[in-house]
Design a protein around this ligand. Structure first.
Ligand SMILES: Cc1cc2nc3c(=O)[nH]c(=O)nc-3n(C[C@H](O)[C@H](O)[C@H](O)COP(=O)(O)OP(=O)(O)OC[C@H]3O[C@@H](n4cnc5c(N)ncnc54)[C@H](O)[C@@H]3O)c2cc1C
Length: 417
């Protein structure tokens, strides 16, 4: 078998892979990016968070994104029946970008990968990593070409940015069960979305369906809109028929989605993903680190996936740079603990979403603007800012707030009855 030798092998050319490659290439390391699919390729995960813009800028990839004129996203609107909670990132608590983009991922991921390739990083498309072997001296990977022929890559280190491919978690038996129950998602792209005007046009809508599901509406600048529903498998059984029929019926049975989507036309067949929440036993090893979705994926409700992919890639690239220069690094403290801080903050919010604490907070009549600015910051992806009490003690702070606001609405209801 032929063998190529590099400093770092990066598996996958999604947001994690491209941004890690950009940072490591700038430091002068010899890289190889191996990507299983042919680009452009569809992948779900289209609503970014403002914190992503900071990571893109640091990787020198922001211009490649700005050029594409994607839809500007200024916030997130949560809707339940006739109740609304409208977050605008202009009011967020933490310093940093206050807008981001809604991105068709085929175009977005290709723009990032092309920008990295234009700097001289080699990306082999339609090449998949099929096996790995770690020795004290090197990391060895087997790569399969489109014609089935295989070759070996000898690297000092492997960054696994394979997303849903979860290459190293599978090959090294690092998978761990998620602490969230199995949910599934049915989604498509449509035209005919009746959008709100001006600054509101680009915000994501999250509609709470009357029967225990939620719907996303993500508008793109190309006239298409991404729509999808997330629920337990039991919910979907209530809507019989083929996936297109099922999705249409679900969307039109929510009052807020129905208002906006009455004239929708599907531009691709509905697709289903289930059981996507996953975790791992460890985030790094002697000559590898897991990055982006190859680590832990919680849930799509707060659009955190791409932001966490950029954040973990940024941190992994920095720690690895120092290691390859001969410095002593501590992957646990400098990488794993950092990444888990971001994941765990979102974990508290995802849990509070599904146990109804967050809806209770979002739709309370007594919301405190200062607290909502702090919550808004988390929804903007600033989940490492420990000066924000809704980051530092997310679980406790949300629990307490829901209790106070819940108590106030019960008292108000008693007064009016
Ligand atoms: C229903 C749903 C909705 C979501 N919505 C959002 C959202 O609105 N916003 C958001 O930020 N996130 C969202 N996400 C999460 C988002 O999809 C991911 O977090 C994000 O794509 C992670 O980026 P990544 O670079 O880690 O991986 P990916 O984008 O998955 O890229 C990994 C790449 O690795 C390649 N690969 C896989 N196996 C191999 C192999 N053996 N060899 C070589 N290459 C390989 C793949 O082909 C792929 O191109 C959503 C997820 C779900 C399930």
């Amino acid at each position: 078998m032929n063998q190529i030798e590099v400093d770092v092998l990066i598996i996958g050319a999604g947001p994690a892979g491209s941004s890690a490659a950009a940072l490591l290439h700038r430091e002068g390391f010899k890289l190889l990016v191996v990507e299983k699919q042919k680009f452009p390729r569809f992948v779900i995960g289209e609503s970014m968070l403002p914190s992503s813009m900071n990571w893109l800028k640091e990787a020198g990839l922001l211009d490649a994104v700005e050029e594409k004129k994607f839809m500007r996203k200024h916030g997130a609107v949560f809707l339940r029946g006739n109740e609304t909670c409208n977050f605008d990132f202009s009011s967020q608590f933490t310093e940093g970008f206050k807008y981001t983009y809604q991105v068709p991922r085929a175009e977005f991921d290709q723009a990032l990968a092309d920008a990295v390739a234009a700097r001289g990083v080699e990306i082999l498309y339609q090449h998949g990593v099929t096996a790995v072997n770690f020795t004290p001296a090197a990391a060895l990977a087997t790569v399969e070409k489109p014609d089935g022929e295989k070759f070996a890559v000898k690297a000092k280190f492997i960054l696994d940015c394979s997303g849903y491919g979860r290459v190293l978690p599978r090959l090294l038996n690092l998978e761990a069960p998620s602490n969230f129950p199995t949910r599934e998602s049915l989604f498509t792209h449509i035209t005919g979305d009746h959008r709100p005007p001006g600054r509101e046009e680009g915000k994501i809508w999250i509609c709470i369906h009357p029967q225990d599901a939620w719907i996303w509406i993500i508008p793109f600048s190309n006239g298409k809109t991404s729509v999808g529903v997330v629920a337990t498998p039991e919910f979907f059984k209530k809507f019989p028929g083929a996936p297109d029929e099922q999705l249409r019926a679900i969307l039109l049975s929510d009052p807020n989605a129905a208002k906006r989507l009455a004239n929708m036309q599907f531009v691709m067949p509905a697709q289903r993903i289930s059981g996507y929440s996953c975790a791992v036993k460890q985030l790094y090893g002697e000559r590898f680190a897991l990055v982006g979705n190859a680590t832990e994926f919680l849930d799509p409700v707060f659009s955190s996936g791409v932001s966490l992919a950029f954040a973990s890639a940024n941190r992994a690239a920095k720690v690895l740079t120092r290691q390859l220069r001969g410095e002593t690094v501590d992957w646990q403290v400098e990488y794993a603990d950092y990444v888990m801080q971001g994941i765990n903050t979102f974990r508290a919010y995802v849990a509070a979403w599904y146990d109804d604490k967050l809806p209770q907070i979002f739709f309370s009549a007594n919301r405190n603007p200062d607290i909502m600015r702090q919550v808004c910051s988390v929804l903007a992806g600033y989940v490492w800012d420990k000066t924000n009490p809704y980051v530092a003690q997310a679980d406790r702070a949300l629990g307490l707030l829901a209790k106070i606001l819940g108590g106030q609405s019960t008292a108000a209801a008693r007064k009016t009855s």
